[in-house]
Design a protein around this ligand. Sequence first.
Ligand code: NAP
Length: 285
Amino acid sequence: MTAALIDGNALAQSIRTDVAGRTQALKARGITPRLAIVLVGEDPASQVYVKHKVNDSQQTGLEATLERFPADLTEAALLAHIDKLNNDAAVHGILVQLPLPKHMDAHKVIERIAPAKDVDGFHVASAGALMVGQPGFWPCTPFGCMKMIESIGYNLRGKHAVVIGRSNIVGKPMALMLLQQNATVSICHSATPDLKAMTLQADVIVAAVGKQNILTADMVKPGAVVIDVGMNRNDQGKLCGDVDFDGVKQVAGWITPVPGGVGPMTRAMLLVNTLTAAENASKSV
Ligand code: NAP
C-alpha cells in the first residue's frame, strides 16, 4: 500500500484564500486586521521566521508590523511595550517571537499579552480554554495538524491517536484537540519504555520529537494516519521530519511530507488566528 499524501502547501493555500476573502469583508467594514510581531535580538532562525510571518500576512491582506528591539532590551521595557500593544485597539494580534534573550522570563512575557490578542495561543488563558473546551486561540502547529486530519474527512471518534512528544506548544495541545474530537489519546515521551508497542496500536500518529527516523515503517499499523511535525536536518543538511517518510508511506494510509506538510500549515493558522482576533474585536465594538 502507498499512503495518500496530505499536501500542506495546497491546504495552506486554500486556507490563505479563505483568510484573504474574510479579510476583505472585514476591511469593507472599516477594520484592518493587524498583527504586531515583536522580535528581540538577532537570532538568525527567528529573523527568517518573522520575515515569513510578515510576508504571509501582507499577501493575504492583513497588516503586519515587525517591531525589532536590541538583545539587551530590558524585560521591563518589553513588558511596557506589550502593554502599549494591548491597549492599542488597532492591533488585533500580538506575537512575541521565541526564543527571547536569556535575561528574560519568556513565560512572564507571554503572560503579559492580552488573551484576546494571543494569536500564538501560548498564554495560559489560551491553554486553559483548550483544556476546558471553551473558545480561545489554539497554538498554530497542532491547530494546523487538526486541519490536515479534517481535510481528509477522517472521523476521529473512537480512534486511537498516539502523540509522540509532550511540549506545551505541540504535543500537549495536540493531545487535547484530538481528545475533543473523541479520539482515545496516548501521549508518549522520552520515558515511554516501548514506543513501538504504542504506535503499532495507533490509528493516528503525530510525531513531534525533533529526531530523524523516530518513526519507522515497522512501528506503523497499516492504513494509519501519520502526521510529521518534526523539523530536522539530515546528513546532507536537507530539511526532514521525524518520520522515515519513504518507509512509512508504504504502510500508512495517509502521510504528511517534510517539507511541505505541517510547516506551511503552522504559518497559515497564524493568519487564521489573527483574523479571528480581528473578527472578535469587531463584534465587541
Ligand atoms: P521539544 O520541546 O524538544 O519536545 C520534544 C518531545 O519529544 C519531548 O516531549 C520529549 O520527551 C520527546 N522525546 C524526545 N526523545 C524521545 C524519544 N526517544 N521517544 C519519545 N519521545 C521523545 O520539541 P517541540 O518544540 O515540541 O518540537 C518538536 C519538533 O517539532 C521539533 O523538530 C521542532 O522543530 C518541530 N516543530 C515544527 C513546527 C512546524 O511548524 N513544522 C512547529 C513547532 C515544532 P520529554 O518531554 O520526556 O523530554
